[in-house]
Design a protein around this ligand. Structure first.
Ligand SMILES: Nc1nc2c(ncn2[C@@H]2O[C@H](COP(=O)(O)OP(=O)(O)OP(=O)(O)O)[C@@H](O)[C@H]2O)c(=O)[nH]1
Ligand SMILES: [Mg+2]
Length: 290
């Protein structure tokens, strides 16, 4: 791997991102408000809450609304989307069991039938975690649909068995964002990690924020991956290389004074889509944005 991080390289990068007067992304559709209400209503039958976080945004990914409205103890925070996720899955059942049996509220001798609620912002892997626990402990297939876009789970509180001894059910819930996201920067990190629908923020700006973040963190894996000469802070330049390398170009006809000419231009929108997806799949390396 080449080492680009000379003083000269660092100096040429932006040290702040220009949001250009953008407003905080707002995505709090009906299913989130309804979901939150139903989650609160079923707290009485819940023995433990598992709150899933995207490990890349341990701070920005926290939804303060959960702390305010779903204040049930025990409450376990799980950092998902990291390589050790499989390992933590296996440890999860013994961990929550210990938490529940130690907690006064659930010190009920006769209760060996546990109900846990899995909460988190959209697309962090709540349903994946439930499926994975079910696979590990019951050797059973997928019970909850999973997808690369936020807002896959909309049905409120589907109860899924994940373990036989002890009998444990998990309640899957729709991902919920805070109704008011703290700042544009927090919103951009949430968008980059796929918790907000891309078109509500704009893939062009998400791609630029990704480039800014990679450079800020000295992560230049994109340079070799997309055949650039050196790191760049110019998103158009980077997207052009991505488009050319992956043949995302368009033939257009230009009208000139001496007749029509066919020219090939990069498809910047397709390149931005590819750049963002590569980051989300971990192809640009592991990154902590906070
Ligand atoms: N790289 C990586 N991807 C993961 C991990 N866990 C889940 N995913 C992916 O993240 C995406 C979202 O997973 P889901 O389980 O649908 O997330 P969710 O929190 O249930 O999402 P909503 O129902 O939309 O709120 C899917 O593409 C999963 O394959 C993980 O540990 N690492
Ligand atoms: Mg889900």
């Amino acid at each position: 791997m080449k080492l680009y991080r000379s003083l000269c390289d660092v100096a040429k990068f932006r040290n702040a991102f220009d949001f250009g007067g953008r407003e905080v992304a707002h995505w709090f559709p009906g299913h989130m408000a309804k979901g939150l209400k139903r989650m609160r209503a079923s707290l009485k039958s819940v023995d433990c809450i598992i709150e899933i976080h995207d490990a890349r945004i341990p701070l920005s990914g926290r939804n303060p609304v959960f702390q305010e409205t779903l204040d049930v103890k025990p409450h376990l925070l799980v950092l998902n989307k990291m390589d050790l996720a499989d390992l933590s899955n296996k440890q999860l059942v013994p961990t929550v069991l210990e938490m529940m049996t130690k907690s006064c509220r659930f010190h009920r001798e006769e209760n060996h039938n546990y109900c846990l609620m899995v909460i988190g912002v959209p697309n962090v892997g709540k349903s994946s975690l439930i499926n994975s626990l079910r696979r590990t402990h019951l050797k059973k297939g997928r019970a909850s649909p999973v997808g690369g876009e936020p807002g896959i789970t909309r049905a409120v509180l589907t109860k899924i068995q994940v373990c036989e001894r002890p009998m444990m059910h998990l309640l899957d819930t729709p991902g919920v964002l805070p109704p008011n996201i703290e700042s544009v920067e927090t919103g951009m990190k949430l968008a980059l990690c796929g918790t907000i629908l891309d078109h509500l923020v704009g893939e062009d700006i998400i791609a630029d924020y990704l480039l800014y973040s990679l450079n800020r963190l000295g992560n230049f894996s994109y340079v070799e991956k997309y055949d650039l000469q050196e790191p760049s802070d110019d998103i158009q330049h980077v997207l052009k290389h991505i488009a050319v390398k992956l043949r995302k170009t368009q033939r257009v006809t230009a009208i000139t004074g001496v007749g029509n000419v066919n020219i090939t231009i990069p498809n910047y929108a397709a390149a931005a889509y590819i750049f963002i997806r590569a980051f989300r799949k971990g192809e640009l390396g592991q990154v902590i944005l906070d």
